[in-house]
Write a protein that binds this ligand. Structure first.
Ligand code: ADP
Ligand code: MG
Length: 323
């Protein structure tokens, strides 16, 4: 049976050695990695843990688990306006299963290559399956997308579609059935969410605040409200829904997913009326897919309206996997 050391070597150190990495003076193998932050930039750091049967089914394809873990962490860098640089990986494994690790490593490095981020260290322990990834990125103070920058009258926008994360969970847990093409799309959206790094690069000079939607649009927009000491109103009818979510033909369910479902990993951001021409230009050029869904107002809460009437949110909340 290979030792922990051999496993790290085989599935992580060797793989990483094949990829050029900027600013890595010393990578995997020593007690610490030594990293050079690009001149004039600041370091953005975030960490997230995914626990088997809470955040993903324990028997899910390891390649997909790796992709999801890295992609959701990259989404935090996008939400901050930061460019990916490096990440560390703390793996807790129930056993030293080489097939599992081979597949996990394949997913991890496919994703790392795609988004230009380098593995620089980690930890490997044995216990119930869990994956912790810490990402590091470069940011520039004027371009940092914080939560506390929104102003009254700013428009609220979201990228692409909202509600897919919750719809995917419903498909995976078989509480709703979708046609094959929609089920396949939702499966991809769940395991391979696209960190909106490209969009983040486009809006970081324009947006007044931003975050990524992980807990649900209303809950996350509430964070912008809290940080900016404001309220917000969402026009429910304007929520951008994917063809998969629309195929349900049940608007009330679709809107609930879009408003309170988690795991969308889209950006929710605010922009002042003066900056809306820039946003409209990016949208017209086909570079940015984003929709105005509401406005920042005085107050403290996120309010949802449908055709001018108050829209009641189902607050039963986010459904995790249960074991
Ligand atoms: P230490 O006892 O000093 O913490 P470890 O034996 O835990 O060292 O790790 C040895 C080297 O391998 C370190 O450079 C560490 O960053 C790296 N490493 C351990 N596990 C992983 C992993 N899952 N992914 C990437 N690097 C890892
Ligand atoms: Mg260690």
């Amino acid at each position: 049976m290979p030792s922990e050391f051999q496993l790290i070597q085989q599935f992580f150190q060797r793989e990483q050695a094949e990829q050029p990495a900027e600013g890595v003076l010393l990578g995997i193998g020593d007690d610490c990695a030594i990293l050079q932050i690009p001149a004039g930039k600041q370091l953005a750091v975030s960490v997230d843990t995914l626990v088997a049967d809470v955040h993903f089914p324990a028997d899910a394809d390891p390649e997909l688990i790796a992709e999801r873990a890295l992609r959701t962490n990259l989404s935090d860098l996008a939400a901050m306006g930061a460019d990916p640089l490096w990440f560390t990986l703390a793996l807790t494994l129930p056993e030293a299963n080489e097939d599992w690790l081979r597949s996990f490593s394949r997913g991890l490095f496919t994703c790392a290559r795609e988004f230009g981020i380098a593995l620089v260290g980690g930890d490997t322990t044995f216990g119930p399956l869990s994956i912790t990834i810490q990402v590091m990125g470069a940011t520039q103070s004027q371009q940092t997308l914080r939560r506390d920058g929104a102003n009254v009258g700013d428009f609220v926008l979201v990228t692409n579609f909202v509600g897919d994360g919750a719809a995917a969970l419903a498909a995976i847990q078989n509480t709703h059935t979708f046609a094959d093409e929609h089920a396949e799309y939702l499966q991809q959206r769940f395991y391979r969410p696209t960190p909106r790094l490209y969009e983040s690069g486009l809006i970081r000079d324009i947006a007044s605040s931003a975050l990524d939607i992980s807990d649900g649009l209303v809950a996350d927009l509430q964070h912008i409200c809290d940080a900016s000491d404001l309220g917000a109103v969402i026009d429910v009818e304007s929520l951008p829904l994917s063809p998969a979510v629309q195929s349900l033909n049940n608007n009330s369910q679709s809107y609930q997913w879009a408003l309170s479902g988690g795991d969308d990993y889209e950006l929710c951001f605010t922009a002042s009326p003066e900056k809306m021409a820039d946003i409209a230009m990016l949208i017209a050029q086909g570079k940015l897919h984003a929709t105005v869904i509401g406005e920042m107002i005085p107050g403290h809460k996120v309010i949802c309206e449908y055709k001018g009437e108050s829209f009641a949110l189902d607050t039963t909340g986010y459904q995790h996997f249960s074991s």
